[in-house]
Write a protein that binds this ligand. Structure first.
Ligand code: SF4
Ligand code: SF4
Length: 87
């Protein structure tokens, strides 16, 4: 299965929780911190590396707060890199 990771820009997030519901891996949650606009921003908690880089969260976010990286396998297996697939 593909490996991915995401970042969430807390200042763009308005805490609508769409991303928390669309992520089948259930690794996005509302955080405890409030951003400058007074919204609790979403955070990703993925200690087991469950993110597949499917980008559903980023595609669903109305505020383009999520950037998705997906691992690409290059010819030399050790030379794997995380590529931005959606920002
Ligand atoms: S890219 Fe897919 S698996 Fe990863 S956090 Fe977003 S919705 Fe979940
Ligand atoms: S969908 Fe976007 S705006 Fe809504 S909680 Fe997730 S990151 Fe924040």
């Amino acid at each position: 299965m593909a490996k991915g990771r995401i970042t969430i820009d807390p200042e763009r997030c308005k805490g609508c929780e769409i991303c928390t519901t669309v992520c089948v891996q259930q690794i996005i949650h509302l955080g405890d911190q409030f951003n400058r606009r007074g919204y609790r921003a979403a955070v990703v908690v993925d200690p087991e590396g469950k993110c597949t880089g499917c980008a559903l969260c980023a595609l669903s976010c109305p505020d383009t707060a999520i950037t998705v990286y997906r691992q690409e396998r290059l010819r030399e297996p050790r030379l794997e890199k995380m590529a931005v697939v959606l920002a």
